[in-house]
Design a protein around this ligand. Structure first.
Ligand code: NDP
Ligand code: 2IT
Length: 449
């Protein structure tokens, strides 16, 4: 196993996020491989860490000044043992192959945990949506799809949103796919309701994350009622995490973006959340705009010279990191523990560094890894695919009930798998083991392909 990890590092030394994601899974599944000769003989670890296919392409587009710009596009088709490749597209300046590979790798296990028939993939571009006009966004999406369309399809690979890709972008991408393929199919999820989208898909990741947190608390005979919560991010996941925490009687004190965070001692209530949605989704403004309407809150800008992120220095019961990877480091974890925290639920993918996860485990906190806690988004994407296949759409309550049921089942699957390998209460080990075993068994059933 050490040799496999070394090989992965030697082959692609700059892919740090991918190494981080692989290290964590390998650590968890060591005992599984030790118990199973066939897994070792069949080199399942080497196979599962090598993408089935990587697509990298030029995305040329013209900005509003008539200047041609060039970005790089990616799609990593990681694993199709359980179904068509499935996973989001991220448009963010930081995107590179290592980040897309880490996200695709995580997606494989996450999708396995949902119990739905989905393989894992991820894509995106180093394009920065900040400050772009609707027309620029449309031209970029059209150019991106002009290449991607030949690699995807409703039974092949089904992309969706992620950071920087929401309903507007999915619309432009879908329109171009439809034109090029001459087909109206469920090739993307996160579509608008009127043309094939599913109710609850926009809410699903955030709601699912809070349902997962409620399940964890229930193991301690606790609920979210009255709990003080820190939420980071202010995009899709953060907004609907906040909405569901409020629904269940909790109090949300913070939200953030890449420029800074707001702290509202009075709590961000439903009316304030509506304002945040308007600022972020319609005006495409910054979280600091919150103070225009609610001057009682405090805004703290990001300070890159600090060794910690001040959003995690507030006292609270629960933390829902819902912005991006590695946003909680060991110092942040110590600050959170000192502030009395007892639950962390990862709405983002890999927001907690390995050292910070160690701190939380040593302190005995309830800690939910993203691949379990944020699986509600892709789960409802799976339900969107099912509805598209049937050419039917389910009512809101039906989708929400299924989402709740799926989150409940992921929660118990994690606990059972952790128990089986002597890691009781360790959701990281449980999620990795359960996700891994299902995918690997499917790979072995399908032979050496
Ligand atoms: P959005 O684009 O809607 O929102 C992203 C939020 O995170 C914004 O507030 C953004 O701030 C902030 N952010 C992005 N990058 C950084 C950064 N480098 N540093 C600090 N803040 C940052 O994306 P989502 O809400 O969809 O995604 C958030 C996280 O959830 C991601 O990790 C994503 O992979 C994960 N996720 C999303 C799912 C979904 O269904 N959408 C499903 C499962 C996981 P700013 O406006 O300044 O960029
Ligand atoms: O990280 C994720 O699970 C997502 N961005 C959602 C993927 C999807 O296909 O809905």
């Amino acid at each position: 196993m050490e040799a496999v990890i070394r090989q992965i590092r030697d082959k692609d030394p700059e892919q740090h996020e991918f190494h981080q994601a692989v290290d964590e899974v390998v650590e968890s599944v060591k005992p599984v491989l030790e118990r199973n000769f066939e897994y070792r003989q069949q080199s399942v670890l080497q196979r599962i860490t090598e993408p089935e296919r990587v697509i990298m392409f030029r995305v040329p587009w013209m900005d509003d000044e008539g200047q041609v710009q060039v970005n790089r596009g990616f799609r990593v088709e990681m694993n199709s043992a359980l179904g068509p490749y499935k996973g989001g597209l991220r448009f963010h300046a930081s995107v590179n192959l290592g980040i897309i590979k880490f996200l695709a790798f995580e997606q494989v296990f996450k999708n396995s945990l949902t119990t739905l028939a989905m393989g894992g993939g991820k894509g995106g571009s180093d394009f920065d949506p900040k400050g772009k006009s609707d027309n620029e966004m449309m031209r970029f999406c059209q150019s991106f799809m002009a290449e991607l369309f030949r690699h995807i399809g409703p039974n092949t690979d089904v992309p969706a949103g992620d950071i920087g890709v929401g309903a507007r972008e999915i619309g432009y991408l879908f329109g171009m796919y439809k034109k090029l393929a001459n087909e109206f199919t469920g090739v993307l999820t996160g579509k608008s309701l009127a043309w094939g989208g599913s109710l609850i898909r926009p809410e699903a990741t955030g709601y699912g994350s809070v349902y997962f947190a409620a399940e964890m608390l229930a193991t301690k005979r606790e609920t979210l009622e009255g709990k003080q919560c820190l939420v980071s991010g202010s995009g899709n996941v953060a907004q609907f995490t906040t909405e569901k925490i409020l629904d269940l009687g909790g109090k949300v004190l913070t939200l953030s973006d890449s420029s800074g965070h707001i702290f509202d001692e009075e709590g961000i209530d439903a009316e304030k959340l509506e304002f945040v949605k308007e600022v972020k989704n319609i005006r495409r403004g910054r979280i600091s705009d919150y103070l225009e309407k609610y001057p009682g809150a405090v805004y703290t800008p990001v300070n890159p010279t600090m060794d910690h992120n001040p959003i995690w220095s507030h006292r609270a019961d629960c933390a829902f990191p819902s912005a991006t990877q590695n946003e909680i480091n060991a110092q942040d974890a110590l600050n959170l523990v000192a502030g009395g925290l007892h639950l962390v639920c990862e709405g983002a993918n890999m927001p907690t560094t390995p050292e910070a996860v160690d701190v939380f485990h040593q302190e005995g906190l309830l800690f939910a890894p993203g691949k379990a806690a944020n699986a509600g988004g892709v789960a409802v994407s799976g339900l969107e695919m099912a509805q598209n296949s049937m050419r039917l759409s389910w009512p809101r309550k039906e989708v929400d009930d299924r989402l709740k049921q799926i989150m409940k089942s992921i929660h118990s699957t994690c606990l059972d798998a952790a128990d089986e390998y002597g890691r009781t209460g360790n959701y990281v080990a449980g999620a990795n083991i359960a996700g891994f075993v299902k995918v690997v068994n499917a790979m072995l059933d399908q032979g050496l392909v």
